[in-house]
Design a protein around this ligand. Structure first.
Ligand code: 1HN
Length: 353
């Protein structure tokens, strides 16, 4: 039954010879499958609420380090594949998540590609990602941008494994048949600190020499977690107890989201805090940077700990709970908000019940 109370015509009701002729012309009537394209009231989602626990995945990633040398991998990544989207190796309909490992002394060679990638650092010390000659140290919780078309390579001169979560917009770029990669020769990074420590040291201040010029697309590649965490704690101290403590990663020159397709933001849940979110048109992924808690997505409850990754579909009802009554918990959120806002279909729905 249709939402108007009207039954739409089916393929079976049409004369078989007519359907045959259409098929031969590679054409088809829309009305028998119209509701597959535009279902009433909310999309039909294949993406399922799902959690990948770090305790389960870390040993498997370390094993990949033993099984597959870097020369055989180019990028040693385990793809987090949503059970509802198989065989596509995507975490949600719009987000690719992969856990990447490099070991001491290894290098992931220089390349660039049309999908954009963002690194959310999970574990380790002494690794760097070099983006267009800017060497970015990788520290736990850091967010590092490697936007579409920019050269990037990873190197690990420290001790112990270096592990991070890759967030790519590949589920958007691949089906649109626009995904490809170019291999490069090693970069020659300068030895000066990255822009978060120099030109964009503090929000509200931008280099004077940029005034009046067109804004740079990616002036800041690295957002150090120590700064983000401190900003969240200070925001919480100044906020009303019911206000969300939630900061978006933006381009410091424009104030716009830091990436064009995927959005990145950091959430602090106060000790004991429980928060129900308005349903939103974007799908969502989370990395638990610190703490423990429980998140319910469309009725599926998932308890998480540090470094776990969990996701939900578009239009989902989401509720977070900090499992500790003593300590704050911190999540990094990923969604397709920037793309949906640009295309004009981003929505938030009021909580009605
Ligand atoms: C890629 O190029 C990287 O550059 C990481 O580190 C993960 C997953 C799929 C395709 C390309 C990287 C990737 C990737």
């Amino acid at each position: 039954m249709d939402g108007t109370g009207q039954e739409l015509g089916t393929l079976e009701e049409l004369p078989p010879d007519y359907v045959d002729q259409l098929t031969k012309q590679y054409a088809a009537p829309a009305w028998p499958s119209l509701r597959d394209i535009i279902p009433y009231d909310r999309p039909v989602c294949r993406t399922q609420p799902h959690i990948w626990r770090y305790a389960d995945l870390r040993p498997l990633l370390m094993r990949a380090g033993e099984l597959t040398p870097m020369e055989k991998a180019e990028r040693r990544v385990l793809m987090l594949s949503n059970p509802g989207l198989e065989p596509a190796p995507f975490a949600t309909a719009g987000i690719f998540f992969g856990l990447q490992l490099i070991l001491p002394g290894e290098m992931a060679p220089n390349h660039k590609h049309s999908p954009s990638a963002v690194r959310l650092i999970v574990e380790g010390e002494g690794g760097t990602t070099t983006v267009e000659g800017e060497r970015c140290p990788m520290e736990k919780g850091d967010v590092i941008l490697t936007p579409s078309g920019l050269w990037h390579e990873h190197e690990h001169l420290g001790a112990g494994p270096m592990i991070w979560l890759d967030a790519l917009d590949a589920p958007v770029v691949v089906p649109l048949e626009a995904s490809y990669c170019v291999a490069g020769t090693p970069q020659r990074p300068g030895n000066q600190p990255d822009a978060s420590q120099t030109r964009y040291r503090r929000s509200g201040l931008v280099p004077y020499d940029g005034l009046g010029r067109p804004a740079n697309d990616y002036p800041l590649k690295r957002y150090p977690w120590v700064e983000v965490r401190a900003a969240l704690l200070d925001m919480a101290a100044g906020a009303g107890s019911a206000d969300p403590v939630h900061l978006a990663y933006v381009n410091p020159e424009t104030g716009h989201e830091c990436m064009p397709i995927l959005g990145f933001s950091a959430i602090m849940l106060r000790p004991g805090e429980e928060r129900r979110l308005p349903r939103r048109s974007a799908s969502t992924g989370y990395l638990a940077v610190e703490g423990e808690g429980e998140t319910e997505i469309d009725g599926t409850s998932m308890s998480w700990q540090e470094n776990d990754v969990f996701v939900g579909p578009t239009h989902a009802a989401i509720r977070h709970r900090n499992g500790s009554s003593k300590n704050p918990a911190f999540l990094i959120q990923v969604d397709e908000g920037p793309m949906q806002r640009k295309l004009g279909y981003y929505e938030e729905f009021e909580i009605t019940d």
